[in-house]
Design a protein around this ligand. Sequence first.
Ligand code: KG4
Ligand code: ZN
Length: 343
Amino acid sequence: MQRNETVVHNITLLAIETSCDDTSASVIKNGKVLSNVVSSQLIHTKYGGVVPELASRAHQKNIVHVVDLALKQAKTYISNIDVIGYTSGPGLLGSLLVGSSFAKGLSVSLKKPIVSVNHLEAHVLAPLIENQKIEFPYICLLVSGGHTQIIIVKSYSEFEIIGKTIDDAAGEAFDKTAKILGLPYPGGPLIDKYSKNGNANAYKFAIGNVPGLDFSFSGFKTSVLYFINKQAKLNATFVEQNLSDICSSIQHTIVNYLITKLQKSVNKTGINKVTIAGGVAANSLLRKELAKKAETENWEIYIPSFEYCTDNAAMIAFAAYNKFLNGITSDLEEVPFANYYKK
Ligand code: KG4
Ligand code: ZN
């Protein structure tokens, strides 16, 4: 199913995303991205994870500048904005409040409609930003720091979750094992980087034996922890000496697990259009293994650019734009929500 192309539209939309630790603003015109500014908060690095109170304070500090920059890069002015979009959840409540309050303030002062967007729905629609011709339904593997789900995307507004993690998210599996190795937060990109020259089969780690399409990562984390502790007792510089091989083995185990579950999803649903979304979709091995599936299994794969994988306001703008085209706007009384199921 494709969007109704008969709708006449000429809409400039500004969207704001502040669900976690990235302050982001984007301007899109008729579905085309004109700017996508992301300011990542470095303050959390030294704490080994996102500190909610610090995140909301940093959003407050950054948001005016980020929105201003998004307008400048789009070569437009706030007075030209027709619609405001914002992330209403799921996410950190304090962080969401900053973005939603800012968006609502703009909507009131500009007298323009406002559209709230579910962060996860925006992630799974993100592959369409660069490829609006992808036909529904498609399978999306959503892998981020907070979520791991396999979703059938049936339309711009219909999503069926067919697999999910029962404990940690895939991004957490990367970040927590990286922490065990003494790497700073977020460890996912670093494991990816150090894996480049490593042997993926150097070490074997057990990973969640969960039936069907669900995932479990907590046992994997423990398996890495026990192995590293044991080796470090025998050789204090074990991690340092074998960092590439350890990272490569961790990355290989996680990616292999994700790909195996994706293969099961394709077999079960008969849908061979596959996309990935969320921060872990930036992982180079995951992208490579998916490309292989296109060759060997004839999957139709759509891999978004890095900037649309990690948290960004362009995906919020794109989702808001499509809701707006379908006549959906939001109420100023709508409150942000922390969890997916509390929509
Ligand atoms: O979607 P995202 O930016 O934020 C949310 O969690 O919503 O995802 C962040 C996650 C972090 O866990 C980070 O370590 C992971 O994505 N990540 C990666 C890579 N780049 C980001 N994990 C593995 N390889 C990467 N290249
Ligand atoms: Zn996200």
